[in-house]
Design a protein around this ligand. Structure first.
Ligand SMILES: Cc1ncc(COP(=O)(O)O)c(C=O)c1O
Length: 386
């Protein structure tokens, strides 16, 4: 049968766009580009989820999430980020940041509309906009500027159909943290051109070298036009628990609710209790996680310095954006060859837009000794190419 004819135009447009996922681990393969952190949260998070199950908490919760978790999120946003939101009307608990950003874009983009984002960027935004018949317009950044967006260029890309600016800091895949001066310029631009800002802050806890995370909603005039997206995936090592949230002005949250309801009704109840547990206790334990990630980050940089191969020093997140142009290969060629010949997995820099050509995304999410072995293999592999 010709199944394609049954598919919507939307489905046909995206057909195969994810590539093939290998569901069985391939022996000997080291994923040095993985976005999945390798730690788990403290025991009390698991205990809270067990307790929820033992108490048979398995029915729908409120669409926007259990009130205790919304209160804990509002408290976290106020105390850690300086963002004030009403837990009753300005938060939706979601199935991760992924659902949060889809529900957000569904509520903002009509067919033909666009959102702008600095590129290289997290690839899902492109797919989301396409599903909606809109466009994510990537505004290229360069290695010379440390992949920090030139706000004049961002402004030049605005069209009458532009509905929002998407800001991801710390960034995936470049590890760039936008300096406060740039965030202030973006804030000024958003206000002058009357645009909303979608701020994806899921890597907020991964900041190195004394860098600080700033939530754009805290900048003057921005609370009323910022939608803050965050998740438990990266900060708390809970990627498979699928828990995240959207925080923003009540009228916008109301606009997103039908989409959240259509996709999820509510986030998973058991993981909501896990999320509540993690937010209800001090987060000092994360200091050790960060110290370990920083150690690996430095090992990556030392490895690249020794080869030598240029890179953009990661200021945040857990990715390292490596300049493979000295090898003469394209990003896609390098990734294929590294997999075939060195059994190493990376993401091509181009996955988040053309500005990433000539780069690959490495990561420091694997523990030693696998990580060390991966770096050794990488060195040998690249030395054989240059
Ligand atoms: C920038 C960015 N936003 C959102 C997501 C999705 O995260 P979640 O697991 O919370 O859905 C990812 C996942 O890698 C990401 O890198």
């Amino acid at each position: 049968m010709d199944y394609q004819k049954y598919l919507s135009q939307r489905a046909r447009n995206l057909y195969g766009s994810l590539g093939k996922q290998t569901s069985v681990p391939i022996p000997g393969l080291i994923n040095l580009g993985s976005g999945t952190p390798d730690f788990v949260p403290p025991d009390y998070v698991f205990e809270a989820m067990h307790t929820a199950l033992n108490q048979q908490k398995i029915q729908y919760t409120a669409w926007t999430g259990i009130p205790e978790l919304r209160a804990a999120i509002a408290n976290k946003l106020a105390t850690e980020n300086g963002v004030t939101v009403n837990p009753d009307s300005e938060i939706i608990v979601t199935a991760g940041a992924q659902e949060a950003l889809m529900a957000t874009l569904m509520s903002l983009l009509d067919p033909g509309d666009n959102a702008l984002t600095p590129s290289p960027h997290y690839d899902e935004y492109t797919r989301d906009a396409r599903i909606l018949g809109g466009t994510l317009i990537p505004v290229d950044t360069t290695p010379e500027s440390g992949f920090v967006i030139d706000v004049a260029q961002l402004e030049a890309a605005i069209t009458p159909q532009t509905r929002a600016l998407v800001v991801v800091s710390p960034n995936n895949p470049t590890g760039t943290i936008l300096p406060k001066s740039t965030l202030l310029q973006i804030a000024e631009l958003a206000q002058r051109r009357d645009l909303l800002v979608v701020s994806d802050e899921i890597y907020e806890y991964y900041v190195y070298d004394g860098n600080q995370h700033t939530s754009i909603a805290t900048l003057p005039g921005m609370a009323e036009r910022t939608i803050t997206i965050n998740s438990f995936s990266k900060s708390f090592g809970m990627t498979g628990m699928r828990l995240g949230y959207i925080a923003g002005p009540a009228a916008l949250i109301e606009g997103m609710l039908p989409f959240h309801h259509a996709m999820m009704i509510c986030a998973n109840v058991v993981t909501q209790y896990g999320g509540l547990a993690v937010l209800s206790q001090p987060r000092d334990w994360f200091k050790d996680v960060l110290a370990e990630y920083d150690r690996r980050r430095k090992l990556w940089m030392q490895t690249l310095d020794a080869i030598p191969l240029p890179y953009s020093p990661p200021q945040g997140a857990y990715y390292i954006f490596i300049d493979i142009r000295p090898t003469g290969l394209t990003s896609a060629e390098f990734v294929k060859k590294a997999r075939e010949e060195a059994k190493l997995v990376f993401q091509p820099g181009t996955i988040g837009g053309g500005a990433g050509e000539g780069f690959i995304r490495g990561a420091f999410t694997k523990a030693s000794p696998e990580f060390d072995e991966g770096l050794e293999r990488f060195t040998k592999f690249v030395r054989g190419l240059i």
